[in-house]
Design a protein around this ligand. Structure first.
Ligand code: PLP
Length: 388
């Protein structure tokens, strides 16, 4: 009997499938998956509809991406980070950041190489590395402040290290790496001649005084970094799956070589709308941050009211909360209990760790606050029963 390949057999089913099913079954408020429950701005949807009606955009886009979007990505990188990106040779448009990371790994890493991953990590990174025939090397962020130990980071680099996958602002911890942290990573990458794949999908989701710094903008880093982002988070269109990679043409060429045989080209009308969205004035991005600051504050009040301890996130729409004061058991048991008995779904974060480090998050749960204020208030009321 034909069976699945040994390459994919160990992957199992993602925890999101189980929690989503459980949430549906118990009519729980789903703070598990990072999926906004409110719609994208009407003008962005209008831009997509105009592109659909335009006839021209209903056929294949150029493989590297619609020229309008490649130009918008380059202009956006220049506007926000003063980066000098070539829209023709320095940008590839992908099927979300997910494909952007996968095509980057396939295009920039060889079989047998080592790739450093900071834990807890976004769940596709490790399967991506394994499918490329490379080996993940794990560096944990330590709770409760979610910082890495510089010595542990240094020890992960050696002559086999080909790349590091970085994510800032960081899912699931809500950390935004500081200039000091990024400088240490950059120095090690330069010393060991390592490529950075920097996943920055939450680049516009930052709070208070936090500042998002693309590692590509540090001295000597543009030439060894590919920067990944996507439309989904910043414009509340996670279903569109439009992402991109920008960087130096030498590295982007590798990403393009993989991308042409992964998806070749991605949704053309959505790319036209993405070009419109990325070019919106600064007020869009400021209002977006203000809206999410309010949601973050609602979420923090809900967690405090429930007796869950959490470090206030500086970025992203996630927060990690420690439930050890109110529940005896591990994170999977807590997530199942909260979903089924309290009616609020959350994600057990040990699934975002390698086995030796998973214990670090065994009393933690990840909550997503990309939900309407009404939903967050309702979740707060349900969560309050935990403290009682
Ligand atoms: C850190 C991180 N990278 C990538 C993605 C996937 O982005 P996309 O939907 O654009 O593929 C997500 C989505 O949750 C994420 O949190």
């Amino acid at each position: 009997m034909p069976t699945m390949s040994s390459r994919v057999a160990p992957f199992g089913t993602t925890i999101f499938t189980e929690i989503n099913q459980l949430a549906l079954q118990h009519n729980a408020i789903n703070l598990g998956q990072g999926r906004p429950d409110f719609d994208a701005p009407a003008d962005i949807i209008g831009a997509a509809m105009n592109a659909l009606r335009g006839a021209y955009y209903n056929q294949y886009a150029p493989g590297a991406g619609a020229p309008s979007l490649r130009k918008a990505v380059a202009l956006h990188a220049n506007r926000f980070y003063n980066a000098d990106v070539d829209p023709n040779a320095g940008v590839i448009v992908t099927a979300g950041a997910t494909e952007a990371v996968f095509s980057s790994v396939l295009g920039l890493v060889d079989r047998g190489d080592e790739v450093i991953v900071i834990e807890p990590y976004f769940d596709s990174y490790v399967p991506n590395i394994l499918m490329a025939g490379a080996t993940p090397i794990y560096v944990p962020l330590h709770p409760p402040h979610w910082t890495f130990d510089p010595d542990e980071l240094r020890a992960a680099f050696n002559s086999k290290t080909r790349a590091i996958i970085l994510n800032t602002p960081q899912n699931p911890t809500g950390r935004v790496f500081t200039l000091e942290e990024l400088t240490l990573i950059a120095d090690l990458c330069k010393e060991h001649d390592v490529t950075v794949i920097s996943d920055e999908v939450y680049e516009h989701l930052i709070f208070d005084s936090a500042r998002h710094i693309p590692i590509a903008t540090l001295p000597g880093m543009f030439e060894r970094t590919v920067t990944v982002s996507s439309l989904g988070k910043t414009f509340s269109v996670t279903g569109w799956k439009i992402g991109w990679v920008w960087g130096t043409p030498d590295l982007i060429k590798g990403v393009a070589q993989a991308h042409q045989f992964v998806t070749f080209a991605v949704n053309h009308p959505a790319q036209e709308a993405a070009a419109y969205a990325l070019s919106l004035p600064g007020t869009y991005f400021e209002d977006f941050q203000a809206m999410y600051t309010g949601k973050r504050d609602l979420m923090m009040r809900a967690l405090n009211g429930a007796g869950l301890k959490a470090r206030t996130p500086e970025g992203t729409y996630f927060v990690m909360a420690d439930f050890s004061d109110v529940f005896d058991g591990d994170d999977l048991e807590f997530s199942r209990y909260l979903t089924a008995e309290v009616g609020v779904a959350c994600i057990p974060p040990t699934f975002f760790y390698s086995t030796p480090h998973a214990h670090m998050a065994s009393t933690m749960a990840r909550f997503a606050f990309c939900k309407s204020d009404k939903m967050l208030q309702e979740a707060a009321e349900r969560l309050a029963t935990l403290a009682r």
